[in-house]
Design a protein around this ligand. Structure first.
Ligand code: HEC
Length: 163
């Protein structure tokens, strides 16, 4: 009887372990999938790729900003999202945060309202230069959205009113 109970609890423990390993793996896959989009080609830089200074309340540091073709399609002739407009699904915005002359962090927003990891319509992430996640998509923008929804914002983006 006692042995049975021990066997049962071992079984439970291994099932739980297996389950959480599986979850970790798919979390990593979701981060990797977004990072491969971040690392791909077809982006255009905001303001000619000049390094822009961090402006309060930004926590990020000096940066360059780039848009994939989908995000670019929402910008007007001055290169900004018009107030009151929204980015279409599939838009990706990558903020390359600089430390000296090299990128130290990629902060990313992808418009993807039907994604399980979306928070307020966007998937939010940060990646280290080696592609590992510094802030996983599974956090659903917890800690990002509160600041990005501050006034003024344009579809939760903040650059256009500050730079
Ligand atoms: C305390 C405020 C604050 C927090 C928290 C914050 N951001 Fe930002 N973020 C900003 C501001 C302000 C900008 C505008 C550019 C600048 O001056 O740095 C910005 C810019 C960005 C941009 C470029 C698009 C835009 O909004 O202009 C991305 C992408 C981004 N942040 C991602 C994130 C992610 C991902 C998180 C959470 C891990 C996060 N941010 C947390 C304030 C914040």
């Amino acid at each position: 009887m006692k042995n049975k109970a021990i066997a049962l609890s071992l079984l439970m423990a291994s099932l739980i372990t297996m389950h959480s390993c599986k979850k970790d793996k798919s979390d990593t896959e979701a981060d990797n999938a977004l990072y491969s989009e971040v690392a791909s080609t077809g982006y255009s830089y905001y303001q000619n790729g000049n390094v822009l200074p961090r402006v309060s309340p930004s926590p990020h540091g000096n940066f360059k900003l780039r848009f994939n073709a989908k995000a670019l399609s929402a910008l007007d002739s001055t290169g900004e999202l018009p107030p009151g407009s929204s980015f279409p699904s599939g838009s990706i915005i990558v903020k390359e945060v600089f430390s000296g002359s090299s990128v130290s962090l990629y902060a990313v927003m992808k418009k993807d309202p039907s994604n399980d990891n979306a928070g307020n319509g966007w998937v939010w992430a940060e990646f280290n230069p080696d592609g590992s996640a510094a802030f996983s998509v599974v956090k659903k923008g917890d800690g990002c959205i509160s600041c990005h929804s501050g006034t003024p914002n344009r579809d939760l983006t903040r650059t256009f009113d500050l730079h």
